[in-house]
Design a protein. Sequence first.
Lengths: 275, 308
Amino acid sequence: MTYKNAIKTAFYHLVAICLGVVAVVPFLWMISTSLKSGGALLAVPIEWVPKNPTLQAYEKLFALTGMLRSIGNSLVVTASAVVVAILSSSMAAFAFSKIRFKGSGVLFMIFLASMMLPSHVLFIPLYLIMNDLGLVDTLFALILPYSFKAFAVFMLRQQMMNISDAYLDAAAIDGASLFRSFITIFLPLCKTALATLAIIIAMEAWNDYLLPLVLMTSPKNYTLPIILNALSGQFKTSYDLLMAGSLISVIPLLIIYIGAQRYFASGLQIGGVKG
Amino acid sequence: MSIQGRRGIRVALPYLLPSLFGALLFAILPIVISLFLSVTSWSGMSRVSLTDGFLKFVAKNFVGLDNAKAILSDGEFYRALSHNLYFIALYLPLMLILSMTCALIINAPKKGANVYRVVYYLPVLTSWVAGSLIWKWLLSPVYGPINNALELFGIQGPMWLQSEIWAMPSIVLASIWKDMGFYAMILFGGLKSINTQYYEAAHIDGASKVQSFMHITLPLLSSVLFYVSMLSMINAFQLFPQVMVMTKDGNAGPNGATMVMVERIYKYAFRYGKMGYASAYSWILFVIILFCTYIQKRGEKRWVRYDV
């Protein structure tokens, strides 16, 4: 029996590792390539571990004009979108779950419906709206659309429905205003959902391609994915450079994800949604 | 007293305002504008302002359903659509099987399951631009590791992205790599919510692991599986960045092999300056997605079980 179990466990890990290899090998190849230079890139058979590892690609990358700036742009866009999204959606969720008002149901349905529309319909009119607001080619044009996500309101509302009204009654008796109970009681109780939401919003803001491609017209406002895209046109075969850039673009989310692992795993069950 | 303080639109409004503003400006208004644009011949050259005579502009450039007619009578549209469908046909079954396998692995009460959970999710965190560049390089015909590995087995690897036949399968490979972990996490959530007592009961009755999977896991997971297949199909119709980055040189792949619908919409709008045409195109795609979702939803009754 134990013999049989050992075979089963071995088989489990065999399949699991095979899939893990599929997931990870592209990253290893990226890291390995970013440490090569010149002829080593074109060595056949390929070198998985570079014989003469060098950081030349990174030096070249950061010497390029606009590289540091685009990292800064991405950071600003991502951080602002996360903050605005968390504040605005948790406020709306609070109103939908804890305040009774006429038309609450209808309004919530409208919110949900606006979640259904695919982004491919929205990007042309968004360009027009931003143009009218004078925001094309400014970071605001990205921050605003990333910040308002109906699914975020939906997700947080589900969370807050589970929190008892008794908290509010108790706080009111103690003389706390509604807004104060929202900040000091409700937000901390939704920690897990908020952390999950922050990661989902950050992922979109940090990684998105379509909106910055359309809305950021001058290189000084490029976000990281867009400058990478531009570099791939300019340096078609300098894969050392391109892989170094890709690695840099992956690292921040990787750190956040692994750091917030515990929150994220349990939070996804509430959401199961993508922006 | 406290209940009174939580009633009425006046109390609710301050909390709702920011989100309402966002939904109005960045979801509802764009929909309305897009519908208007789709019946105009706007070229993108003349400057249009929403606040200054937008309706007059629409009336002046009104072409009715001409855009839609032109799109639907153009062979290129059907070519792009067929490429999207081809992508879905390759991607969906493979993705469902692999993400299901990943979910079962993550859910197993074994040592290391937590590590696998983190590992499978790594590609999801990567941007499509970075992911596409990595795959372009992995699939490089001469210098890439994939063809080098194939050579070890004496197989001459294809030209991948440079080949008309292999360009789309290459995109499918990269997309599965990127999305597998995402759908696995959703399925994992579904698996976790299945009551373990069912398995215990089945075990006592002498059911094998395979039998438990077929008669407990699949039926109880069918609603989540359905959700995943619907979501992934909707996303697959909107396939875009990977095509743009991976097959940029050929301007939609070798001989247009990876020309897909959103790529067309983007290019009509921002390369060829046909904003009205592109808007109409985006609504046609929307209707196609709705139609396919409806068909899937009708099929739902046949194989999804909600009664257990």
